[in-house]
Every structure is written in structure tokens, then in C-alpha cells.
Design a binder for this molecule. Sequence first.
Ligand SMILES: Cc1cc2nc3c(=O)[nH]c(=O)nc-3n(C[C@H](O)[C@H](O)[C@H](O)COP(=O)(O)O)c2cc1C
Length: 163
Amino acid sequence: MSVAVIFGSSMGNTEGAANMIAEKLGISDVLNIADIDADKINSYDKLICGTSTWGSGDLQDDWDGFDFSKLNLSGKTVAVFGMGDSESYSDTYCSGMGKLAQGLKSAGANLVGAVSTGGYTFEASDAVEGDKFVGLALDNDNHEDLTENRINTWIEQIKPSFS
Ligand SMILES: Cc1cc2nc3c(=O)[nH]c(=O)nc-3n(C[C@H](O)[C@H](O)[C@H](O)COP(=O)(O)O)c2cc1C
């Protein structure tokens, strides 16, 4: 079974989280969306995809320029994570992760790894469905101290889907 962690990152924060997630799950393929095409993504059995949020609730630039219609992820297990700033951008916190999840779901992905919004302080986010984020929300701008624990907890949750 082939698994990749794919990230879009402008300043390195999401890239750092991607590397941490991959290392903890023993995944060797960690890919920058800026360097790969849809065929490469389609070649994997399972994916973990991450994006930061820029502008006002937008996808990170490299994901923003990506053509999701070229993906075919029918029935494939996919988890998403997002990096954002829950204080300065409280009303669009990690909204890019919501847009990423939407793009992957429209390609047929079976999304796993939703996380309760309890324990987070923010006003609004496109990444929330009901009382859960569609994936793991992180915030290295204000709560970098929480990032590794949040990743550890999430990995315990998604591990059965990626083993
Ligand atoms: C101009 C600008 C706009 C941003 N917009 C948002 C936003 O709408 N929502 C959010 O959660 N974070 C927002 N952020 C915060 C970034 O997502 C955050 O700094 C993140 O860690 C960057 O990750 P990266 O280095 O992987 O790109 C913004 C940051 C900047 C500088």
C-alpha cells in the first residue's frame, strides 16, 4: 500500500507539520504540491494532505493553482490537516483546509480524521462541519506549543486507516 503526505506551504509551517506527521507514521513520501502533478497524486493508494490558509480564508497559493478536476480518488482514504492563525484570522481560521477537503471529496476521496472543535478558540471556519473540523487544525502562530500533542492525538485516531 502506498501512502504520501502532500503539503502546500508558503513559510514552512505546514511543511514542518507534514514532516512531523510523516515521521510519526513512518511514511517516507513527503511531497510539496508545488512540485507534483495530478497523475503523481492519483498513483497513491492513500493520502494525507495539508494546507495553510492565506488571504481571507483562501487555500495556500500552490494548492490554489492546482486543478482538482484532474484528480481521481474514488473511494481512496484521505485525511487533511490545516495550519492557520486563530487569533488574527479568527473568522476564517483554517478555512483553506475546508476548501482542500472539498476539492478532494469532489474527486471521490473518502475523508477520515475529523477533529472536535472543543479546545479551539475562533469565530468561524469553512473547515467546520457540525461540531468538528474536517481534519486536524493547527496554529503555529499562537499555539505552537500544542502542535506536537495535537498531531500525536490525531495520529492515534487515523492510524488504523493508514496501516
Ligand atoms: C496575509 C496573511 C493572511 C492570512 N490569512 C489567514 C486566514 O484567512 N486564516 C487563517 O487561519 N490563517 C491565515 N493566515 C495565517 C497563516 O495561515 C499561518 O501563518 C500559517 O502558519 C502559514 O503556514 P505556511 O508557512 O505553511 O504557509 C494568514 C497569514 C498571512 C500573513
